[in-house]
Design a protein around this ligand. Structure first.
Ligand SMILES: [Cu+2]
Length: 175
């Protein structure tokens, strides 16, 4: 009985010894592994870049100065709705002139021309806005409406015969 116990104890002793050796080997191997992978390889280190690189590198382009918000008076459409108003003009025509030679409105305005002939056969026309009254004789009235959606100075005239060349014209100024 005691021999078996001794053998068993010996076996346990040997098992423990082997286990201890294995643990030591694992620790050594792990340490070696850690050591190989954590140590920097000094031979492969790149030399620091020459200082000339930083000297010759161009400076960053200067940022564009922030410009104040532009006021494009001619490029943007007029604000819708609220500021639009109808401007009405009463104009008469005779041989050979209009009662007024200049009409001034704001861009985006609706324009209404009430035209009456006091002498002769006339109309009132602005080509750029496709605005044209009917032709009327002495005492007759007519009218035309259009939107002055372009800025500039335009000529209004009478398209009857040679009336325009004879002086039946004027300026429509859209500001
Ligand atoms: Cu005329």
């Amino acid at each position: 009985m005691t021999v078996i116990v001794k053998i068993r104890r010996l076996g346990v002793y040997r098992m423990g010894k082997i286990l201890g050796i294995v643990i030591v080997l694992v620790l050594i191997g792990g340490g070696a592994y850690y050591f190989m992978h954590s140590t920097p390889e000094s031979g492969n280190q790149n030399p620091p870049p020459p200082p000339a690189n930083t000297v010759t590198s161009p400076p960053p382009p200067p940022a564009p100065a922030p410009s104040p918000s532009p006021s494009p008076s001619t490029a943007t459409p007029p604000p819708p709705g609220s500021t639009t108003q109808t401007k009405e003009f009463n104009i008469t025509g005779r041989n050979f002139a209009f009662s007024q030679s200049e009409i001034r409105v704001k861009r985006g305005d609706k324009v209404k021309i009430n035209f009456q002939s006091t002498q002769g056969f006339h109309d009132w026309v602005v080509d750029e806005f496709d605005a044209r009254t009917s032709r009327v004789n002495d005492g007759q009235k007519t009218s035309v409406e259009f939107t002055a959606d372009k800025q500039g100075t335009f000529e209004f005239y009478c398209s009857v015969g040679t009336h325009r060349a004879m002086g039946m014209k004027g300026r429509l100024i859209v500001e």
